[in-house]
Design a protein around this ligand. Structure first.
Ligand code: ADP
Ligand code: 5GP
Length: 191
């Protein structure tokens, strides 16, 4: 019989390195698929609709909430909605894939609550708030207002660490990449 597919959740404050680590993970561990979330935020330069996110309007997002289309959703920043689509998760699990999520801490814990031992919730921790700010500034994707919103929320998000299954500190990137691959391989290979 085919093994049950699993769910791997990566959560962290914005700028901690989730996207970087998810991209690495997808290259290194077989049979994973990324759960593409829906969001009402605007695409950044280089982001592709249907690959990084399903970019939809706030109105469309609210309609989907009413229709019950989400596993979970959060208004992560004021008037910026993000959510995991039931249809997306079902599609990937039907293909026999382990599903990887890049979601905020509250969304991450909601998914963990729903799927229990089939899910591994990983908290990606930046070495410090200062480093987090430096990374976000260097990434140059946010204007000053968006940056401030993200940093303000980061303080609260860091307090969720103890509710996750595993913490991974993203200080030295090469080390963090090795660690995430190890942790995920162990989890998916476990019965
Ligand atoms: P998130 O998806 O959590 O918002 P990103 O993966 O976009 O974070 O990372 C934020 C920025 O920091 C990116 O520019 C990325 O290249 C950089 N970065 C990620 N990890 C490290 C690290 N360990 N050391 C230095 N820079 C990093
Ligand atoms: P960004 O705008 O930087 O891509 O994402 C902002 C935050 O929203 C990040 O913490 C990211 O993980 C989170 N996020 C992305 N997709 C989802 C989702 O489907 N649900 C929830 N709850 N958060 C999400």
């Amino acid at each position: 019989m085919r093994k049950k597919t699993k769910l791997i959740i990566l959560s962290a404050p914005s700028g901690a390195g989730k996207t970087t680590l998810v991209h690495h993970l997808m290259k290194k561990v077989p049979n994973l698929a990324f759960s593409i979330s829906a969001t009402s935020r605007k695409p950044r330069k280089g982001e592709v609709n249907g690959k990084d996110y399903y970019f939809i309007s706030a109105e469309e997002f609210k309609k989907k909430i009413r229709e019950g289309a989400f596993v979970e959703w959060e208004e992560v920043y004021e008037n910026q909605f993000y959510g995991t689509l039931i249809a997306e998760v079902e599609r990937l699990r039907k293909e026999g894939k382990h599903v990887v999520f890049d979601v905020d801490v509250k969304g991450g814990l909601s998914i963990k609550r729903l799927y229990g031992n089939d899910a591994l919730a990983v908290f990606i921790k930046p070495p410090s708030m200062q480093v987090l700010e430096q990374r976000l500034r260097k990434r140059s994707t946010e204007d000053e207002e968006s940056l401030k919103k993200r940093l303000a929320r980061a303080e609260e998000e860091l307090s969720f660490e103890s509710r996750f299954d595993v913490t991974l500190i993203n200080d030295d990137l090469e080390k963090a990449k090795k660690e995430i691959v190890e942790v995920v391989k162990q989890f998916v290979e476990k019965e």
